[in-house]
Design a protein around this ligand. Structure first.
Ligand SMILES: Nc1ncnc2c1ncn2[C@@H]1O[C@H](COP(=O)(O)OP(=O)(O)OP(=O)(O)O)[C@@H](O)[C@H]1O
Ligand SMILES: [Mg+2]
Length: 287
C-alpha cells in the first residue's frame, strides 16, 4: 500500500493543499484512497466534508470499536497530511511508514530556512538517507512575476533534493478547496495552466501510485478499485470525537504497541504508554 506523506515543519507552506490534490488525483484514477490528517487542525478532514458526493470518493480515517484510528477496509492508497512543526519522534514515526515524502516549500527566506532544517532532519533518518523513503520538494504559491521559482530551484539544488515542479499562486486553489474540490476536479479549460504545472509532479508520483504489475500477478492480489461503501461520510460523525483532544494521536500509543517490525538500522517507533492518551498506531502502519 503506497503511503505518501506531505511534510514541512513550516506552517502554511501548502501541505494540506498538496495532500488534498494528491488524494484527489489518486481517487480520480479509481484507487481506493484515504486522506488522513496527522494534524490537529484537521484541515484535510474539513475539506473531505465539503467534497461533493458525486466526485470520486476519498475516505478519512476510520475508528474501530476501541476508538483507535484505522485505515478503512479496502483502502489501497494512503495520503498523510501532517502539521507544521512536525519534528523529532513524531516525524520519525511518519517517515517509518512513508514510501514517499513530498515537502511543499514557499520561496521566502523564512520558508526556505525552515524547510532546510526539516530536510536536514529528514536526512538523519535512515529510511530517507538510504532512499527507501523517497524525498522531493515542490515549490508552492509561486508568483510568476518574481524570481521565486528560480530561488526555489537553487535552494533545492543546493540541498541536492529533487524539485518536482512549482505551483503558481492563484485563487483557483483557494476557491477550489473551499468547495471540497481540487484543480483536478475543475474543467480542463479553466485549470489548464495549473494542470500543466502538476504534470511533472504526477509523473514522479506515478510509479509509486501505479506500480508496474508483474505479468504473473494474480488479479485478485491487486487493490480494489473502489472504496467499499463508497462515500466516506458515515465515518465522519464518529471522528468528531477526536477533534477536541490536544493532538490527533493517530500515531500515539494508548497502551504498549503491538510489535512493530523494525529494520536493524531504523529508529524504533515504539514508546511507553502515556496515561490519558488515546489512539494507537493504525493497523496498516504495523508492518
Ligand atoms: N497555489 C496556491 N495559490 C494560492 N493559495 C494557496 C496555494 N496553495 C495554498 N494556498 C493557500 O495557502 C494557505 C496555506 O495552505 P495550506 O493550509 O495548504 O498550508 P499548510 O502547510 O497545510 O498549513 P499548516 O502548516 O497550517 O497546516 C491556504 O489558505 C491555502 O488556500
Ligand atoms: Mg495543513
Amino acid at each position: 500500500m503506497p503511503v505518501i506523506a506531505v511534510v514541512n515543519r513550516k506552517g502554511g507552506s501548502g501541505k494540506s493543499t498538496f495532500a488534498a490534490h494528491v488524494a484527489a488525483w489518486c481517487a480520480r484514477q479509481g484507487h481506493a484512497v484515504m486522506l488522513g490528517d496527522v494534524d490537529r487542525q484537521q484541515s484535510s478532514r474539513g475539506w473531505l466534508r465539503r467534497r461533493p458526493p458525486e466526485l470520486p470518493s476519498i475516505a478519512p480515517w476510520a475508528l474501530d470499536q476501541k476508538n483507535m484510528l484505522r485505515v478503512p477496509t479496502g483502502i489501497s492508497h494512503v495520503v498523510l497530511d501532517t502539521p507544521g512543526g512536525l519534528h523529532g519522534f513524531e516525524l520519525a514515526r511518519i517517515v517509518m511508514f512513508a514510501d514517499a515524502i513530498v515537502m511543499p516549500v514557499c520561496a521566502s527566506v523564512f520558508d526556505r530556512e525552515s524547510a532546510a532544517a526539516c530536510h536536514a532532519e529528514l536526512m538523519t533518518l535512515p529510511r530517507v538517507s538510504n532512499g527507501r523513503c523517497r524525498l522531493a520538494t515542490v515549490g508552492m504559491r509561486v508568483d510568476g512575476r518574481t524570481n521565486a521559482a528560480e530561488v526555489i530551484r537553487q535552494w533545492s539544488a543546493g540541498l541536492d533534493v529533487p524539485l518536482l515542479g512549482v505551483l503558481r499562486e492563484t485563487q483557483l486553489y483557494v476557491r477550489s478547496l473551499e468547495k471540497g474540490l481540487t484543480i483536478f476536479d475543475l474543467p480542463a479549460s479553466v485549470a489548464a495552466t495549473d494542470l500543466a504545472q502538476w504534470q511533472p509532479i504526477l509523473d514522479w508520483l506515478q510509479p509509486l501510485v501505479n506500480p508496474p504489475v508483474a505479468a504473473n500477478d494474480a488479479p485478485a492480489s491487486r487493490p480494489p478499485a473502489r472504496i467499499p461503501g463508497s462515500r466516506a461520510q458515515p465515518l465522519m460523525p464518529k471522528q468528531e470525537a477526536l477533534v477536541p483532544g490536544a493532538r490527533l494521536n493517530v500515531l500515539s500509543a494508548a497502551k504498549p504497541l503491538s510489535p512493530v517490525k523494525v529494520a536493524p538500522r531504523e529508529p524504533s517507533l515504539a514508546r511507553p504508554a502515556t496515561p490519558g492518551q488515546t489512539g494507537q498506531i493504525p493497523g496498516f502502519l504495523r508492518r
